[in-house]
Design a protein around this ligand. Structure first.
Ligand SMILES: [Mn+2]
Length: 292
């Protein structure tokens, strides 16, 4: 990170593109430096700034196409001080605004709790016919964690509670309560112990899975050898190409209505991870572009 004073957030890919009119940009980056319910290591509040800063090192050509041709607008970072429900409301309001413009929210966390706010924003904007596909090391299906129903370990429980269909990929740490929640709510999943040893790079969504998908990427779903820069790393995760291929297989089959990258906690002095996170977001934009 070139400047630890994080008052001003750099615009995504600001070295190459102007921050234009929001109505001209498909992708609306929403930085959410929210960090509250840390279970182990900290630092996710610094994730958005570090990733945006690193995005200045990206090439506009992602190897297959030029995603920034669709326009990238970086919104003001969400103010994350105050009571948790108030912050969730602010995230939801920003998301609703993006969706109401007919644009695509791309949120950068912050802890995974943030995704609950984005989902609320989609619902507030009147979108109800969507499912969520999640990459994560953890199921995040506890009803509450350490007494907190707004914990990052409960974010997917809040989502299935709303009746939203869920497909989990890469999970390798979950408790009995979460196993029961999977059964009760009919959660679809392919865990890391199936995906990684068999190098599975595509999935087939069930026929009755909604046509619109919000894709949430908890960076700890990927292997710590790729991304050690996260609060609760677990070995045996997804690789770089595997993650992108899985995302692409979902984008092939469904309409991506937004995505996020959560739980990235920069490690000072290790720029490789920040750059990798920025590139991952840009490559996901490229996959969206090529599957439109
Ligand atoms: Mn998570």
């Amino acid at each position: 990170m070139s400047d630890p004073a994080m008052n001003e957030y750099p615009h995504f890919l600001g070295s190459e593109i102007e921050q234009g009119d929001p109505t001209d940009a498909l992708f609306h980056i929403i930085p959410v430096p929210y960090e509250r319910t840390v279970s182990y290591g900290g630092g996710t509040a610094k994730g958005p700034w570090a990733i945006l800063d690193a995005s200045w090192q990206l090439e506009t050509w992602d190897g297959k196409s030029t995603p920034c041709e669709l326009g990238i607008y970086t919104r003001e970072a969400i103010v994350c001080e105050g009571e948790e429900p108030a912050v969730i409301e602010r995230i939801a309001a920003a998301t609703k605004e993006v969706v109401s413009l007919g644009k695509m929210p791309v949120a950068i966390g912050g802890e995974h709790t943030v995704t609950g706010g984005i989902i609320k924003g989609l619902l507030d904007a009147g979108i109800t016919d969507f499912g969520v596909v999640q990459i994560d090391a953890h199921a995040d299906l506890r009803d509450a964690y350490e007494g907190n129903p707004l914990s990052h370990a409960s974010v997917m429980k809040r989502i299935v509670d709303l009746g939203i269909p869920l497909y989990q990929l890469g999970v390798r740490a979950y408790c009995e309560e979460e196993k029961e929640a999977r059964e009760k709510y009919g959660v679809h999943f392919q865990d890391a112990d199936q995906l990684v040893p068999n190098n599975i790079t595509e999935i087939t969504l069930p026929d009755d899975f909604p046509k619109k998908v919000f894709f949430t990427l908890d960076i700890d779903g990927m292997d710590p050898s790729v991304f050690p820069s996260t609060g609760t790393p677990v070995p045996g995760g997804l690789g770089w190409y595997q993650t992108l291929s899985l995302f692409e297989s979902v984008a092939d089959q469904r309409e991506i209505i937004g995505f996020d990258l959560m739980e990235f906690a920069p490690i000072q002095g290790f720029h490789a991870y920040e750059f990798a996170a920025a590139q991952l977001i840009y490559k996901m934009m490229g996959i969206v572009q090529r599957n439109k």
